[in-house]
Design a protein around this ligand. Structure first.
Ligand code: ASP
Length: 328
């Protein structure tokens, strides 16, 4: 590579990621969290608040970071009022609820993920089983369901009367938008937990966009897109238009920016600005990210003010909902 190409490469996000990988490989030990921090829990959207509170409870009772993230996310998956995650999630175009989830340990660099899972209300728990009971990382569709059943998960109807009615209303509306080329009605629970000693776990769970084409795979269950964790650099999670966001592998990009020395806030903003600059069509989409470094500093950003992000933070016993900064 000549010097000019090299400079351009370094200035690019891909170059940043590659260099960060080299720096990380040379790092001997994970960065330590601030000494007195205790657990720090960060999650997307106001529904992240009860998830954080559950996770804090799990950790106070001696549970692991993986327990905290799994049980925290379960609270949102179990809540039928949240129509974008787990039980009661809005279905695909055929009226079937298809769930996606993934979890990653920043200590072991292992992940577990499930994609297009039907009939099981807690995909994050199935994802964790994939990580801990198999040498696989991601399982999809029919195979993921069979695995879940073999692991003792109970199949059930995931449509509630409310989500069924929402689908019928959409289907019977002669002017309904197909959503093949549009994306509305979605959200996700993305969560990051730090034990206060610099160990990180990230997880994500969603029913994806409403009325999606069966078989669609968005960013949430894809490692590096919906979630990523590395004790040497930080963790991140994404929510928003997953068809667009997966093209930028947002969570991995943010973690690599933190590895380069950016604060979590700088990394979140830089990632979204890079998207907006290199793909101007993304300026108007919903694209939101959260991040935390091993010290427990946090960041959050949304692409624009049209789709603002509220996120939940639990630290030192204080549980709150905060507004993220729009970058445009
Ligand atoms: N990213 C999710 C998806 O596209 C939805 C969301 O987070 O709002 O399926």
């Amino acid at each position: 590579m000549d010097p000019i190409d090299r400079r351009r490469f370094i200035a690019s996000a891909a170059g940043t990621a590659a260099l960060s990988a080299l720096d990380l490989a040379q790092a001997a030990e994970p960065a330590q969290a601030a000494a007195s921090a205790g657990p720090i829990l960060l999650a997307t959207w106001p529904h992240g608040k009860p998830a954080n509170e559950k996770a804090a409870e799990v950790m106070a009772a001696g549970g692991s970071l993986l327990d905290a993230v799994e049980k925290g996310i379960n609270v949102v998956e179990d809540d039928p009022k949240i129509q974008s995650v787990g039980y009661g999630g809005l279905p695909n175009v055929d009226g079937e609820v298809e769930l996606d989830a993934g979890i990653m340990s920043g200590t072991t660099h292992r992940i577990g993920a499930v994609v297009n899972l039907h009939q099981i209300k807690n995909p994050i728990s199935v994802a964790r089983k994939v990580m801990e009971k198999t040498r696989h990382s991601t399982m999809a569709g029919e195979g993921a369901l069979r695995f879940a059943l073999a692991e003792g998960f109970t199949p059930m109807q995931l449509l509630t009367p409310q989500s069924l009615q929402a689908w019928l209303d959409w289907k019977n509306d002669p002017h309904h938008v197909t959503y093949w080329l549009d994306a509305e009605h979605h959200d996700t629970i993305g969560m990051i937990a730090n034990d206060g000693r610099g160990h990180l776990v990230a997880g994500c769970s969603t029913s994806g966009i409403a009325w999606k084409i069966p078989g669609r795979v968005a960013d949430s269950p894809l490692v590096g897109s919906g979630y990523y964790a590395d004790d040497h650099a930080g963790a991140a999670s994404a929510t928003g238009d997953g068809d667009a966001m997966q093209c930028y592998v947002t969570s991995f990009q943010i973690v690599m920016l933190m590895a380069q020395g950016r604060t979590p806030q700088q990394a979140c903003e830089e990632c979204l600005r890079y998207m907006a600059t290199t793909s101007p069509a993304t300026r108007t989409i919903q694209a939101c990210v959260i991040a935390m470094n091993p010290r427990g500093d946090v960041g959050a950003a949304s692409m624009n003010a049209k789709y603002p992000l509220q996120y939940a933070l639990w630290r030192n016993g204080k549980s709150e909902i905060l507004d993220a900064k729009p970058v445009l």
